[in-house]
Design a protein around this ligand. Structure first.
Ligand code: AMP
Length: 375
């Protein structure tokens, strides 16, 4: 690897920012492309302000890059392929494209023997007739593409409610899923290098409210060893299937002592932010290591961790900043309702103290939660 490697990143949000922050430790640099002049990446990496499909911007982006990656899965295939004509793009475009469509993603899970909620593509209200059995007692209808943080989703019960939801969500390009009464949400993050080397991070327990991740706990409390191993088996199947290079996240439901896959994210992931302080090598550094063809760093935990997302605005946390293992990450974003503007990680070998400090910080968070649906 030449000492002057430059990694190109599609997207300059907080994930791009944290990737760029991990680069100097490896002696490399990052360049991000993002249409917003005030993208969070702007003060930590070279920033091309441009549209992702604009050829002139892409030419400036690709000039002299070692390889390119993305911080978000909904990057256009056109932009990915244009850049791939010049430099390697990781993760593989096939994995990124599979994750852009919930039906293709779930079909991949099924093909690989990874359990997932029952589902059916929906392109009209009439399609609902064929899946009446999925509609009771409850089901969830989502847009196949471009949904995030619970947007573009409705929980429905029965055919009338489902028909209304289909119309509200645009009438086609939807997926119907059986509603899973999970006991909790988990995720696993893994990284695969270019020489078939795979490392797994601890399975994390994740708490969402209003469809938005609020809190991740690593390790997931009281997780049986068999489930940890099962989560590793499932994500390894995906990594092998795509000949994957980089970090992959798999969101899971725990239901009746079993795991079901909800969705995958072909990128660094919010439920892995704790790894910056809580693991020997962060997900961001390992993603860079993988895509640059370097050996991977250890994913072993340093200490139990809790990550709290800061939504809307960064609260005044000066009264708690000296608690053990406290780390504040400010993404330098303007405040806006429910926007992810930063996160806090607590990392502490004393688990009781970790939980107590987390509760104190949770009581200081600024967040408005307009949706009635608590998840
Ligand atoms: P998603 O955008 O697919 O990650 O969904 C957002 C959130 O909705 C998840 O984190 C779950 O809390 C919930 N959810 C998604 N799919 C289902 C399902 N099939 N059954 C129950 N809850 C779900």
């Amino acid at each position: 690897m030449p000492s002057s490697s430059t990694v190109g990143i599609f997207g300059g949000g907080q994930l791009g920012r944290m990737l760029a922050q991990a680069a100097p430790a490896l002696g490399v640099q990052c360049r991000a492309i993002d249409p917003s002049p005030i993208a969070p990446v702007a003060d930590v990496a070279e920033h091309i302000v441009g549209q992702y499909e604009d050829s002139a911007s892409l030419r400036a982006f690709v000039e002299g890059l070692t390889c390119a990656t993305t911080e978000f899965e909904n990057i256009s295939s056109k932009a990915l392929r244009e850049v791939a004509a010049y430099v390697p793009v990781y993760p593989p475009i096939s994995a990124i494209e599979a994750s852009q469509d919930r039906v293709v993603e779930k079909e991949t899970f099924v093909r690989l023997g990874i359990p997932t909620p029952e589902f059916a593509p929906i392109d009209s209200v009439a399609d609902l007739e064929r899946c009446r059995s999925l509609l009771s007692p409850r089901a969830i209808i989502k847009t196949r593409r471009l949904g995030y943080d619970g947007k573009g989703q409705r929980v429905v019960s029965g055919i009338e409610e489902a028909s209304r939801a289909v119309q509200e969500l645009g009438g086609s390009g939807l997926i119907l899923e059986s509603f899973v009464n999970f006991s909790r949400e988990l995720s696993i993050i893994a990284c695969r290098g270019q020489r078939d080397e795979t490392k797994f991070y601890l399975v994390t327990e994740n708490l969402h409210r209003g469809g938005i991740l609020r809190k991740s706990i690593a390790p997931a409390p009281n997780l049986p060893d068999e489930l940890e191993a099962t989560a590793q088996t499932y994500i390894a199947k995906l990594l092998d299937h795509f000949s994957y290079v980089g970090v992959l996240a798999l969101e899971l439901f725990e239901v009746n002592g079993q795991l079901m896959a909800n969705e995958m994210a072909p990128r660094v992931h919010n439920t892995g932010h704790w790894t910056i302080e809580g693991a020997e090598t962060s997900q961001f550094e390992n993603h860079l290591r993988a895509i640059l063809g370097m050996s991977l760093g250890s994913t072993k935990p340093r200490a139990p961790s809790i990550m709290l997302n800061l939504l809307t605005a960064i609260p005044d946390l000066s009264s708690v900043a000296d608690r053990p293992g406290f780390a504040l990450h400010d993404y330098r974003k303007a405040s806006a309702p429910l926007r992810k503007v930063g996160h806090v990680t607590l990392c502490d070998l004393d688990v009781r103290r970790l939980r107590e400090n987390s509760s104190v910080i949770e009581s200081l968070l600024v967040e408005r939660i307009p949706e009635p649906r608590d998840k």
